[in-house]
Design a protein around this ligand. Structure first.
Ligand SMILES: Cc1cc2nc3c(=O)[nH]c(=O)nc-3n(C[C@H](O)[C@H](O)[C@H](O)COP(=O)(O)OP(=O)(O)OC[C@H]3O[C@@H](n4cnc5c(N)ncnc54)[C@H](O)[C@@H]3O)c2cc1C
Length: 400
């Protein structure tokens, strides 16, 4: 017999789980289907950095919506989250120039503040001594910035906790079940058909397996990243995600500033071997004290699974120099993969009742919940009230 739901979600990463949350918030029956037995995609391989502040355009809209949802999930779904903000370290005057221009561009009316009491500005410029007091870096700094509205989650815990919360609210999970085809009103899986009024396809880069023509039109490729978890022996904890000058070339609202062009020219000229790795030198600290270190970027229709030690060498050397510690002890290495496209998001409706959603640059943890809320809200309208309880969490078999 064909199982029947209002909404079928393909993919149990943060975007798919966000769609399931948006659907269950509207009183709909929902099934989430994933070929994996546990979260193993980009949503568990990232930094857990919810980097709302430097987003612009549509990414900023989704980021603003996501922030509220993440805070709610921390209260209701046992998602580990800290209201950390972000520290951006400027080691050179041209990096401080970008941050100063950014602070000026954001003015004093914080978009993140509603309901949050007295408003802090979105960007607080820091002197060198203030940076040194906040983060245990040894590198000389020209100053930096603090972005107080940003948050941090533990990527290894967030999806599991969210899935358990959704299961507690009646969402069905079909794991170790691959979707092989989608049509209006139905999904074909390796464990039989599922019928659903709405199908949300949230399979990240693997959209090219189910919808190759859409993926080609949107220029979707895979972006591979080299990542490490290390015991760095820092002299003090890292209380917030730490970005560097390299990060100022990546996020939309930094990279689009006129001063970022000169910074890019200098970094590429001074460090061609790091520029060739397409580096974003950044760090987050997990609750156990270990440090997530990254990252590099390489793109293609597929990415080589053979990670070059040269990239890890560079990341470890830079980490030692930045924090003034000997070469950190490596605890884990992994490769992350996400969809990379011509714009920041893929939002398509290839046929009635079928919606394709993906963050097509590396900001899906920051924006994915807001993206999914927008897409589901576009179909079903506003959410009904959400039960404010933590008692509903139920471990999902294979997701605990
Ligand atoms: C190394 C790295 C660091 C990052 N750092 C950050 C960060 O700090 N902050 C930030 O905002 N973003 C970051 N990102 C980006 C972010 O992690 C992604 O944008 C986001 O997790 C994508 O979520 P998703 O749900 O679309 O994809 P995934 O988490 O990859 O989930 C897709 C799911 O679809 C399933 N699937 C695929 N095909 C099928 C099929 N045919 N049938 C059934 N199931 C299928 C897969 O098994 C998978 O579980 C980073 C990404 C990486 C890789």
């Amino acid at each position: 017999m064909t199982a029947s739901f209002d909404v079928a979600v393909v993919g149990a990463g943060i975007v798919g789980l966000g769609a399931a949350l948006a659907a269950v918030d509207r009183g709909l029956s929902v099934v989430v289907i994933d070929r994996a037995s546990e979260p193993s995609g980009a949503s568990v391989r990232n930094f857990g950095h919810l980097c709302f502040t430097p987003q612009d355009g549509l990414a900023r809209e989704f980021a603003l919506a996501s922030r509220e949802i993440w805070l709610r999930l921390a209260a209701d779904a046992d998602v580990w989250l800290r209201e950390s903000g972000t520290v951006v370290l400027a080691r050179h005057p041209d990096e401080l120039a970008v941050l100063t221009e950014f602070a000026r561009s954001r003015g004093s009316a914080p978009a993140f503040a509603h309901g949050a009491g007295p408003a802090r500005p979105e960007v607080e410029l820091l002197g060198a001594a203030q940076v040194g007091a906040l983060v245990p870096v040894a590198a000389r700094s020209a100053g930096g910035a603090f972005l107080p509205w940003d948050l941090q989650v533990n990527p290894r815990q967030a999806c599991t906790a969210l899935a358990a919360y959704l299961a507690g609210r009646g969402v069905a999970f079909r794991l170790r079940t691959a979707v092989t085809g989608v049509r209006s009103g139905s999904v074909t899986t390796t464990r039989g058909p599922v019928s659903a009024g709405t199908v949300i396809v949230a399979v990240n880069h693997d959209i090219d397996q189910l919808y190759p023509e859409v993926a080609e039109r949107a220029g979707i490729r895979r972006c591979g990243l080299d990542m490490l978890r290390v015991d760095a022996g820092l002299r003090a904890p890292l209380p917030a995600p730490l970005l560097t000058g390299w990060s100022l070339l990546r996020y939309g609202a930094f990279a689009s500033l006129p001063t970022a062009a000169a910074l890019g020219d200098r970094l590429r000229g001074e460090f061609p071997e790091l520029a060739a790795l397409d580096l974003n030198q950044m760090y987050t600290q997990l609750p156990d004290g270990s440090l997530i270190v990254g990252d590099t970027h390489y793109r293609g229709a597929s990415v080589s699974p053979f990670q070059n030690e040269h990239a890890f060498d560079a990341l470890l050397r830079l980490t030692g120099e930045l924090f003034g510690v000997p070469r950190p002890r490596v605890l884990e290495r992994w490769q992350g993969v996400y969809a990379s496209g011509m714009s920041d998001f893929l939002i398509e409706r290839p046929e009635p009742g079928v919606h394709l959603v993906a963050a097509t640059t590396g900001i899906g943890m920051t924006t994915g919940l807001g993206l999914s809320e927008r897409v589901v809200g576009g179909v079903y309208g506003s959410a009904i009230s959400v039960p404010p309880t933590t008692a509903l969490s139920t471990p999902v078999k294979g997701f605990s």
